[in-house]
Design a protein around this ligand. Structure first.
Ligand code: DOR
Ligand code: ZN
Length: 443
């Protein structure tokens, strides 16, 4: 995080304070001092506070944590950089993001981990933790220096953007990741089934004449990995689950007690392959949008606790890049600014889960995946713990337009969508990094 002026003492009053870690859920005030939570309770003394935020009708929760974003630094800063990506993060209510290593060059050495961490300290407006590569240069051939990267501060291991195709290499990477005490995050895609594929294999790909990407490309990698991992016991996480079959595999593995988890993204919960109709490259992502039945099973997976991680896979690309023909356009959509409202739409407004559970998934669960609870006390609102706080107006209605986007890129199929629910303040280590609508008042 950049050196911000010393945070003034502040107090957030009258909000519904939800802290899934302690089970607290009720109207209370939260006092913040010296970057830490000073007190949580009813009718706290306001006099030490320089600023008061009236959070009546709002949720006051631990700072949201996104364990899967692409900040594009180094090498692709025309799409995004650490400053712009973290600006998008706080705009969406996130106070911590974990960035993926598919940069140019890849984040695959301890020096690279330290370089990104140092760069974030200078330019980021929220906390940034680094996920480093599983294999050297993300080529899938030789394991990277996983233990050394962990020592340098990496909080997870992933070749995201690509799978580790070789079972032999995967086995070695799982073993080293387990030794380092981190989670391995798999981008599950058998490339021999997706050559030339641009979207889900189904009626829409047939109609558009585009190469089809079958569900099995994801499912067989997850099956393989779960089986490989039985004798290793690494924490194994499947990124951006798209297929109903994957949810089933994860459900079974979790029932057997295996340390596996799965992640849903807003787009896989809310959209289906029809969104690609008209060759709309904004709906092109990896893995692809599937069918409504898959989205339904994903939502059920979140509701029954099979899917425990929500992540945006914020993947910025320029308008020029996305203006290429569908088959050639890059995969990916941005997500940080809209994720909270879209999760509310997919999960809370449908009754699949309630707000406290959504908050748990977006804070405590992602903190645990990356060890940020133990490492930094993140994902909870604890007296004496870091004052990372997000204030959410669950009923604020707004429209996602380009002018609402704080990052460098605008590639999202949700532009123009009416949304309900929005972060109105994001506080990182006691410092207000984003505030909107009802601004803080002076005491
Ligand atoms: O759609 C995607 N975009 N999926 C990925 O796995 C990578 C990402 C990117 O880096 O653009
Ligand atoms: Zn990915």
């Amino acid at each position: 995080m950049s050196p911000h002026p010393a945070a003034e003492p502040l107090i957030i009053v009258n909000g519904r304070v939800i802290d899934p870690a302690s089970g607290h859920d009720g109207v209370a005030d939260v006092a913040v001092e010296d970057g830490r939570v000073g007190a949580i309770g009813a009718k706290l003394d306001r006099s030490p506070a320089a600023r008061v935020l009236d959070a009546e009708g709002c949720l006051v929760v631990p700072g949201l944590i996104d364990p899967h974003v692409h900040l594009r630094e180094p090498g692709q800063t025309h799409k995004e950089d650490i400053a712009s990506g973290t600006a998008a993060a706080v705009s969406g209510g996130f106070t911590t993001v974990c960035c993926m290593p598919n940069t140019s060059p890849a984040i695959d050495t301890p020096d690279m981990v330290r370089m990104i961490t140092a760069r974030a300290r200078e330019t980021a407006v929220c906390r940034v933790f680094v996920v480093s590569a599983g294999t050297q240069a993300r080529k899938g051939e030789r394991p990277a220096e996983i233990g050394l990267c962990a020592n340098a501060g990496a909080v997870g291991i992933s070749d995201d953007g690509d799978v580790i195709e070789s079972a032999g290499v995967m086995k070695a990477v799982l073993a080293e990741t387990a030794r380092a005490g981190l989670a391995f995050m798999q981008h599950a895609q058998d490339p021999t089934l997706t050559r030339g594929a641009a979207m889900h294999a189904g009626t829409v790909s047939a109609k558009l004449g585009l190469g089809g990407w079958p569900r099995e490309a994801e499912e067989i990698i997850v099956e393989r990995d779960v089986r490989l991992n039985r004798s290793i016991g690494c924490r194994y996480h499947v990124q951006h689950v798209s297929s109903a079959g994957t949810v089933e595999i994860l459900r079974r593995a979790r029932a057997e007690g295996q340390p596996v988890s799965g992640e849903a993204s807003p787009h896989h919960l809310l959209l289906a392959h029809e969104a690609c109709d008209g060759y709309d490259t904004l709906a092109k992502m990896n893995p692809p949008l599937r069918e409504q039945a898959d989205a339904d099973v994903l939502r059920e997976g979140v509701a029954d606790g099979t899917i425990t991680i929500l992540a945006t896979d914020h993947a910025p690309h320029t308008a020029e890049e996305k203006s290429a023909p569908f088959a050639d356009a890059p995969f990916g959509i941005i997500g940080l600014e809209s994720a909270l409202a879209l999760y509310a739409e997919a999960l809370v407004h449908t009754g699949a889960i309630d707000w406290p559970r959504l908050i748990e998934l977006m804070t405590l669960e992602s903190a645990k995946l990356c060890g940020l609870d133990a490492r930094a006390g993140l994902g909870a609102l604890t007296v004496g713990g870091p004052a990372d706080v997000t204030v959410i107006d669950p009923d604020l209605t707004w429209t996602l337009t380009e002018s609402e986007l704080a990052g460098k890129s605008t590639n999202t199929p949700f532009l123009g969508r009416q949304l309900r629910g929005r972060a109105i303040a994001a506080i990182v280590a006691g410092s207000v990094r984003m505030e909107r609508e009802r601004a803080f008042a002076r005491a």
